[in-house]
Design a protein. Structure first.
Length: 116
C-alpha cells in the first residue's frame, strides 16, 4: 500500500509505503500533548515529496527522536529515529495520512511516560 500524507497547510507532503496494520498511542509527555497515533516503518519507506525546508525539528529527553513539524501550520506529520538495532526508522502520525479510516485501525497503548 502507498499512503499519502501532509501537514495541514500543505507545505509538507509525503508518501509512505507499507501495510498499516495497527498504530501506537503513547502516553509520554510529547505524545499525550500531540495526540498522535504512530505507525513505525523503516525510514526508507517514507518519501518526502516536498517541504524539507519547511520542517522544523524538536528533540527532548535523550534527543534520539527527531520530532518533525511544519513551521507554518504546526502539524507533526512524522518523527525520525533509529530502532534498537540501529536501523533508521520513521514514526508516521497516521492522523496526517489521507484516506485512512482511523476508527478501523487497532490501537496499541504504550506506556512511554514510564519508559523514557
Ligand atoms: Zn503546514
Amino acid at each position: 500500500m502507498r499512503y499519502r500524507g501532509s501537514c495541514h497547510c500543505g507545505k509538507v507532503a509525503f508518501e509512505v509505503e507499507g501495510e498499516l496494520k495497527d498504530a501506537l498511542a503513547c502516553n509520554c509527555s510529547m505524545c499525550s500533548r500531540k495526540g498522535s497515533l504512530l505507525w513505525f516503518v523503516p525510514r526508507s519507506q517514507l518519501t518526502l515529496q516536498k517541504g524539507e525546508a519547511e520542517l522544523a525539528t524538536y528533540t527532548f529527553n535523550r534527543h534520539v527522536i527527531k520530532h518533525r513539524f511544519c513551521r507554518t501550520c504546526g502539524i507533526h506529520p512524522f518523527g525520525e529515529g533509529t530502532d534498537p538495532k540501529g536501523n533508521a526508522t520513521a514514526a508516521i502520525n497516521i492522523r496526517s495520512l489521507a484516506d485512512v479510516d482511523l476508527d478501523a485501525v487497532p490501537v496499541n497503548h504504550f506506556d512511554g511516560r514510564h519508559k523514557a
